[in-house]
Design a protein around this ligand. Structure first.
Ligand SMILES: NC(=O)c1ccc[n+]([C@@H]2O[C@H](COP(=O)([O-])OP(=O)(O)OC[C@H]3O[C@@H](n4cnc5c(N)ncnc54)[C@H](OP(=O)(O)O)[C@@H]3O)[C@@H](O)[C@H]2O)c1
Length: 235
């Protein structure tokens, strides 16, 4: 009951510019993460972006942001990012280009440990369609080397689900170029059989919609956009 009330109050707060729901974004310098950061700022959220010392911040130019520096694989640095900031919501939009699949579960373990030291109400994870057991829904797909990455992403999801913190898992299928404008027709579906295209700009908008929103709490959603074509093998 108390939790529902807290989530409702957060939801009311997040729909107004200038609200105090501070969001900590991991991966905010990336193609998806920067779209998320832009929309959070536009919606009035104070935003902290966790960056590596050498991260290229050019995608975030001109935005009023608080930065904290560290590596998501360093538990102490992640914990320090939460200290004294009153973070209420976390967004994880990190991606690992190389073959180290343990990146995803380790990163999530560090985020959860850091969040537990504060008053975090929600962790929003940008994951992948096919993560964990969800891969069984797509026997027609040739995931190749992605198979072990998707298994690791499944372990990261499970860590989040088991954390006891409010969570929102957005599974992305095929992400379109970061240069494309939003179609504004993307949506989040509970149908876990869907592998669909979506723009990163639309994902930014959908992420903001999820912040503090009881309708998108404690579940898994697949990002879809009915205005974009569906590859034949996923129809
Ligand atoms: N591309 C697709 O079609 C597709 C499909 C399905 C799902 N997804 C998922 O969508 C998410 C975002 O993908 P994207 O292609 O937009 O990402 P991206 O552009 O590659 O950005 C990755 C972000 O992660 C950060 N990062 C990587 N290692 C880090 C570390 N050790 N510590 C802190 N930050 C670190 C990067 O920081 P730096 O700036 O320092 O490098 C960057 O901000 C990922 O989970 C990806 O798997 C993508």
């Amino acid at each position: 009951m108390f939790r529902t009330l807290v989530l409702l109050l957060l939801s009311i707060g997040s729909s107004h510019a200038g609200n105090e729901n501070r969001v900590l974004v991991f991966g905010g310098t990336g193609q998806l993460g920067s779209a998320v950061v832009r929309e959070l700022v536009a919606a009035g959220h104070p935003v902290t972006v966790f960056v590596r010392p050498a991260s290229d911040r050019s995608r975030l130019e001109g935005l009023k942001l608080d930065y904290v520096s560290g590596d998501i694989l360093d538990a102490a640095q992640v914990k320090a990012a939460f200290a004294g900031r009153d973070i209420r919501t976390v967004v994880d939009a990190t991606a690992r280009g190389d073959a180290d699949d343990e990146f995803y579960p380790t990163a999530m373990a560090n985020i959860i440990a850091g969040a537990k030291g504060g008053d975090v109400q929600q962790i929003i994870l940008h994951g992948s369609v096919g993560a964990g057991k969800n891969i069984e829904q797509f026997p027609q797909a040739n995931f190749g080397r992605m198979r072990s990455t998707l298994a690791a992403k499944g372990r990261a999801e499970q860590r989040l689900i088991d954390s006891g913190i409010g969570y929102t898992i957005i599974r992305n299928g095929i992400l379109l170029s970061a240069d494309l404008p939003p179609t504004r027709t993307a949506r989040l579906s509970t149908d876990q059989r869907l592998m669909r295209k979506v723009t990163r700009a639309d994902l930014g908008l959908l992420t903001v919609k999820c912040v503090g929103n009881p309708d998108y709490m404690n579940g898994i959603w697949h990002a879809v956009d009915d205005s974009l074509d569906v590859p034949p093998q996923y129809r």
